[in-house]
Every structure is written in C-alpha cells, then in structure tokens.
Design a protein around this ligand. Structure first.
Ligand code: SAH
Length: 220
C-alpha cells in the first residue's frame, strides 16, 4: 500500500471512525484508481474529489463512517444508490456477499463497471436508472446505502425494500445548509432512526440523467 494510503487509514482508525474489518476493506481498495488522473496526487487525502458530471467521490472519513454504520456481514445482499466512481461499491463488495448498485449518470456507471472489472470485483450488479425507485426485482435487501442526499425525507420506496431487521444508511437534506446522516433499522413496520452527524453530499435527484452533460462544478 502506498504511504499516503497507510497514513489515511491510520488516521481513520485513530479517529475511531470504523473498526478493523471496514478499515481492512478500505485498505484493500486503491482509491487512486477511482479518481480522475489530474487528481491522483490527492487520492489519499481525506477530501471529496470531483469525478465528472458534477458529482464527487465521497470523503474517506465519510465512507468509513457510513460503511461502519451499515454493519455489513459477509452473507448479506446490499443495495447502493449512487454508484458514482464505484469506490464505495468496491468497499461494500469486499464486505458483502453481493452488491446491487444504481447510478443515474450513464458515463459514471460505465466507468465504475470498468474499474470494478479491472480490479476483479465480480460480486457487483450495476444498473442505470433512478435509484429512488430501488431495485424491486432484487428486494428485500439486508442493507441499503444511499450516497446522495435525500430531500427532506427518506424515499418510502427504499424503506419498503429493507428486510425486517435490516439497516438503511442515508444522508437527508433538511435545508440547503443542513444535511445529516441517518441510520434506520427496521423492526417490522417500524424504523428506529439514529442521527449520525452532519454530512455534505450531492443531491439524490429523481429520474435518469439525459444525454446532456452538465459542466463539472467546483467541489461542494
Ligand atoms: N458512492 C459514490 C459517491 C458518488 S456521489 C462514490 O464513492 O464515488 C453520488 C452519486 O449519486 C452521483 O454519482 C449521482 O449521479 C448519483 N445519484 C444521484 N441521484 C441518484 C438517483 N436518483 N439514482 C441513482 N443515482 C443517483
């Protein structure tokens, strides 16, 4: 592992953001492969980076925190909304039996699929579409992770696809300047809701993205 990667993983451990199983999965995935070439030098800094289409690869500290909160077991079936670069997908794939992931930007999806294949990660099924609808044909899921901020509340469609006893981790935007991460645990028809702290994600957008490609925005 490169020195910068080691230093970052050590700092995530020291900050108590995740346990050894999650940190080992993060150490096993080369983040530098998921960031655009001009940003290589920054791949192991604890920051989000632009990946095109106005989207970002999440900050490692947030990846650690969200993955830890999801408590993924090696027999589990996981749904991820917002494939993006595929970085979080790769980490989930190390921990779970199978990962289903949905992305609404076709170029990002293609790039992520190619990268996962080149890393020989074979337990991922990816599709283009609106993740807000979930993946009804594959539901229910043991775990669901949303890596874009839901507006105001968690889509009921996604809640319905969580197995009894299952967990969903999702950032919710209460206002443009107030996003918080939640862990929801299903008990029958009821969900226990825990707040895990402030976060900053790109929005969960309804519908698939059209062929028009928005210009990359500055880092949010
Ligand atoms: N987990 C990603 C983070 C990407 S940012 C990574 O590690 O790189 C969030 C992603 O969610 C973006 O790629 C964005 O296009 C996607 N997204 C937003 N709304 C979506 C929706 N409704 N369905 C599927 N993907 C969505």
């Amino acid at each position: 592992m490169i020195a910068a990667a080691q230093a970052l993983i050590r700092s995530l451990a020291e900050r108590g953001l995740a346990g050894s199983r999650v940190l080992e999965a993060m150490a096993a995935i080369p983040r530098e492969r998921f960031v655009p070439d001009p940003l290589q030098a920054h791949a192991w800094e604890d920051i989000a980076l632009p990946i095109g289409q106005g989207q970002t690869i999440s900050q490692p500290a947030v990846v650690a925190q969200m993955t830890e909160a999801l408590a993924v077991g090696d027999r589990m079936k996981v749904l991820e909304i917002g494939t993006g670069s595929g970085y979080q997908t790769a980490i989930l794939a190390k921990l779970a039996r199978r990962v289903y992931t949905i992305e609404r930007h076709q170029p990002l999806l293609k790039g992520a699929e190619a990268m996962l294949a080149s890393l020989r990660i074979a337990n991922v099924t990816a599709k283009f579409g609106d993740g807000g609808l979930g993946w009804p044909e594959q539901a229910p899921f043991d775990r669901v992770m949303v890596t874009a901020a839901a507006d105001g509340d968690v889509p009921a469609t996604l809640l319905a696809q969580v197995k009894d006893g299952g967990i969903l981790v999702v950032p919710v935007a209460h206002s443009p300047v107030d996003q918080r991460l939640y862990r929801l645990t299903r008990h029958g028809d009821h969900f226990d809701r825990e707040e895990l702290g402030p976060v900053r994600f790109v929005p969960l957008v309804t519908g698939q993205a059209g062929p028009e490609v928005p210009r990359a925005r500055s880092l949010g």
